[in-house]
Design a binder for this molecule. Structure first.
Ligand code: BT5
Length: 314
């Protein structure tokens, strides 16, 4: 079903097409094409019959088919108005063997951060979890978190919001080292996987971006795209994220360099809480596959995981 919808949508994206052309392309009957066209109309697409065939004249603001339409990435979309957590749903799909599918919701009632923390997800945000191809060594998985961060910054900058990255998984705005007010969190990433050292059985990356949400509906220290420059077209923003993500995961060698370019962590005084110890010093680099290098009083330390705080200059 999703495959037929995707093929139909990509045929429409190139211009008008007749019923027989579509039937041939999809390998189904003309009646089956009409049924799909009706389903798209029901989903909010306006499709007119022109002398050249069916033509899409208007696309709904958001939803599975809307996000798939003109999406230049190999993902199908499953959309929910409200769900507990898109990561939980993506996990079910991943365990069942689904790949290249993105679960998207307008609202989450049980959004999750790292370490059992909660993630506020009122309506209007971009809450999305992508089930990816797991054919990479488990040790390389941190790269996926970095790639998702880069993809979110790409999309924020495309709408004029100068976001930056804080290691390992935060997207911030206003993170100016000379300001007394710290950066505010615009988005967070939660990568989850299951596997052994040499074989990942499933892998997913959850992205939470505060898009069209009023500041008051978010926790202290958060920011939204709405507050930065007004409401955005969530469909376009999510498409940019997914397109960047798929390009980056297909070219893993490019991820760290792009992450460095968007980072506001590098060069800063930081305190990293690894759960076992606090490491303080100057962040000097991010190394493959995603470790932070901190220059401390007792030499350089390579930190693989933890919570990082950007310290204000005294
Ligand atoms: C994260 O965790 O930053 C990962 C967030 C991932 C959310 C996405 S939404 C789609 C998918 N489905 C899910 O259920 N999750 C993913 P962490 O670094 O642990 O940060 C969590 C902390 O951020 C919380 O303890 C709060 O302090 C803060 N926070 C909660 N909601 C926020 C929001 N909407 N905006 C900014 N900060 C928030």
């Amino acid at each position: 079903m999703n495959e037929t919808r995707r093929t139909l949508l990509s045929a429409f994206a190139t211009g008008p097409a007749t019923g027989p052309e579509l039937a041939a392309e999809l390998g189904v009957s003309r009646a089956a094409v009409w049924k799909q066209v009706d389903a798209l109309r029901e989903a909010g697409f306006e499709i007119e019959s022109t002398p050249d065939g069916y033509a899409v004249t208007s696309v709904p603001a958001y939803g599975a088919a809307a996000i798939e339409y003109e999406l230049d990435a190999p993902y199908t979309v499953e959309y929910h108005d409200s769900i507990g957590s898109t990561n939980d749903r993506a996990r079910e799909l991943a365990v069942d063997g689904d790949r290249d599918i993105v679960v998207v919701a307008d609202e989450q009632t049980g959004g999750r951060g790292r370490l059992e923390r909660s993630w506020d997800s009122p309506p209007g945000g971009i809450w999305a979890s992508a089930v990816l191809d797991p054919s990479l060594p488990a040790a390389h998985v941190p790269l996926v978190t970095l790639a998702a961060g880069v993809a979110v910054v790409d999309a924020c900058r495309a709408v004029g919001v100068e976001a930056t990255l804080k290691w390992p998984n935060d997207v911030l705005v206003g993170d100016d080292p000379d300001s007394d007010r710290g950066g505010q969190k615009l988005a967070g990433i939660l990568t989850e996987m299951e596997g052994e050292a040499d074989r990942v059985s499933w892998l997913l990356v959850g992205i939470g971006l505060n898009a069209n949400i009023a500041r008051e509906a978010l926790p202290d220290g958060a920011a939204s795209l709405q507050e930065q420059g007004g409401d955005v077209d969530r469909r376009a923003v999510l498409q940019t994220i997914l397109e960047s993500l798929s390009t980056l995961v297909a070219a893993p060698d490019t991820i760290i360099e792009q992450w460095r370019a968007y980072s506001s962590t590098l060069g800063r005084a930081v305190r990293v809480d690894t759960g076992r110890e606090q490491i303080e010093g100057r962040a000097v680099d991010v190394q493959f596959p995603g470790a932070l290098v901190v220059d401390t009083d007792s030499g350089e330390e390579v930190v693989h995981a933890g919570d990082c705080e950007h310290l204000r200059p005294v």
